[in-house]
Design a protein around this ligand. Structure first.
Ligand SMILES: *Cc1c(COP(=O)(O)O)cnc(C)c1O
Length: 468
């Protein structure tokens, strides 16, 4: 094979992989050592295209087929075809979405999509950015809030500054802890708020904690509502937090990494995200429920059009950034945490143009129906039980352990056996200290028949363990 045939060959491989994605096993399971031996990574193959494609084939043979319906492990699964096309074109044209001069089309596409998203969320006079994911989005937002609370923070640091305190649902994503650590807030000053029986932040506890830190002389500068907690899928109530913001003057962020996808559907928006348009910031991962290829995130700021420039910008007069003829900002990179930026806008734009808001809204609504169906199935099976009632999209359940074994240990064994037998990969999480199998429907290849197969495999595996 010469380099001219490379694309033809590659496309054949990709096509075959994609055709077989939903059939057969989701993985060819091997322990790390066995896999290492199979891969023969030490082999010398310089300059040999045929050998190179053997590596590609090996990669695909042993990789986890995340688009397979048996893969219900994480908040993302598979990817939309338009965005896969976008990824391929992005790779072929390899540039950095840092400056207009190196990435003219992607800059305009990103700006276009940001305007679409601001309008969708109904943030007026806002600003947005694509980031590498909600972990970083949460950190950027916390940094913005910190520098608003502490005006000289960007230039002088936090020296001599009153203690700053942030507040989150105790089930909030761990990226909040990391953000507090990186930003000099300190994880002890990230206050975890108790939850009510639905897994939502307890507002009485929130206010008491705010009052307590104020009495101690600290500044309550940041509250993050989680729109869809990672394990339970609980949505913090935004409206009562707006009243508290009025009183205490903090920044109110909504972390919609997972459940923010409800914003696409008017029905689900009013049910789960009521008053989000009054928050100070909002983040949403398009690479989770909405199926855009990893990574695809947007963070949006309300009513503060120059906040990113104030808090993030650096290098404005340096070697790299150029203003437009009228002095306008042309380079998205000057406001980003990164210098090199992978082009994520093309795949995002292609998905948006192909499915449209309506198509994506229907998908999210359909996922919710399937989650309801899954919950019904669990109630109907004598061997299964919900660990907590379903709040939204997350289905937290378990197999009832036989007498003498803890439910946690049994379900870990069940989960591992499912994986080793290549029957499926399901996530786990802890709800009030109890282990739950966390089923997430976030794959458009999953419908009722696929859920039926999933539960049949759970029941089969549980019975095997009990009978062994
Ligand atoms: C997944 C998730 C995150 C992290 O998002 P990444 O894009 O993986 O960095 C943050 N918050 C919540 C609520 C999440 O579910």
């Amino acid at each position: 094979m010469d380099s001219e045939n490379v694309f033809q060959h590659l496309l054949q491989i990709i096509e075959r992989y994609h055709e077989n994605l939903t059939q057969g096993r989701y993985v060819a399971y091997h322990e790390p050592e066995a896999l290492y031996n199979l891969l023969q990574l030490d082999e010398q193959t310089e300059g040999d295209w045929n050998k190179l494609f053997e590596w590609v084939e090996k990669y695909l043979t042993y990789a986890v087929k995340t688009g397979n319906p048996a893969y219900v492990n994480r908040m993302w699964a598979g990817a939309n075809l338009p965005s896969i096309i976008g990824e391929i074109v992005t790779a072929v044209s390899n540039t950095s979405a840092c400056t207009f001069e190196t990435a003219p089309v992607s800059t305009l596409m990103e700006q276009y999509m940001l305007r679409e998203m601001l309008a969708l969320v109904r943030f007026e006079d806002g600003v947005g950015q694509m980031t590498t994911g909600s972990s970083n989005a949460n950190m950027i937002v916390m940094m913005a809030a910190r520098n608003v609370a502490c005006e000289k923070g960007k230039s002088c640091g936090l020296f001599g500054q009153s203690r700053l305190c942030a507040f989150v649902n105790r089930d909030a994503h761990y990226s909040m802890d990391r953000a507090a650590a990186i930003l000099g807030i300190g994880t002890d000053n990230l206050i975890k708020i108790a939850t009510d029986s639905h897994g939502r932040m307890d507002l009485v506890d929130l206010e008491q904690q705010i009052v307590r830190v104020k009495e101690e002389g600290a500044i309550p500068f940041f509250v993050a509502a989680t729109a869809g907690t990672t394990v339970r899928g609980a949505y913090d109530a935004i409206e009562p937090m707006l009243a508290l913001r009025e009183q205490y003057g903090f920044w109110l962020h909504v972390d919609g990494a997972w459940g923010g996808a409800a914003i696409l559907s008017d029905t689900l928006r009013s049910r789960y995200l009521s008053h989000v348009e009054d928050a100070d910031s909002f983040t949403l991962d398009f690479h989770k429920m909405l199926g855009t290829a990893l990574m695809c995130n947007v963070v949006l700021f309300n009513k503060r059009p120059s906040i990113l420039q104030q808090i993030c910008s650096a290098g404005d007069e340096s070697y790299i950034f150029r203003k437009g003829v009228g002095g306008e900002l042309r380079d998205l990179g000057s406001q980003s945490l990164q210098c090199g930026r992978k082009v994520d806008a093309l795949k995002w734009f292609l998905d948006w143009k192909f499915y449209g808001r309506k198509g994506l809204a229907e998908r999210v609504e359909e996922y919710l129906q399937l989650c309801m169906y899954a919950e019904e199935r669990i109630h109907a099976e004598a061997e299964l039980e919900m660990v907590v009632p379903r709040e939204s999209f997350n289905v937290c359940f378990r197999y009832k352990a036989p007498p003498g074994e803890s439910a946690g240990d049994f379900n870990i064994r069940l989960r591992n056996r499912m994986q080793q037998k290549e029957r499926g990969l399901v996530g786990t999480g802890y709800v009030d200290g109890q282990l739950a199998l966390r089923l997430l429907v976030t794959n458009f290849n999953v419908g009722k028949p696929e859920l039926d197969t999933f539960f049949e495999n759970i029941l089969l595996t549980g019975r095997e363990i009990i009978e062994a």
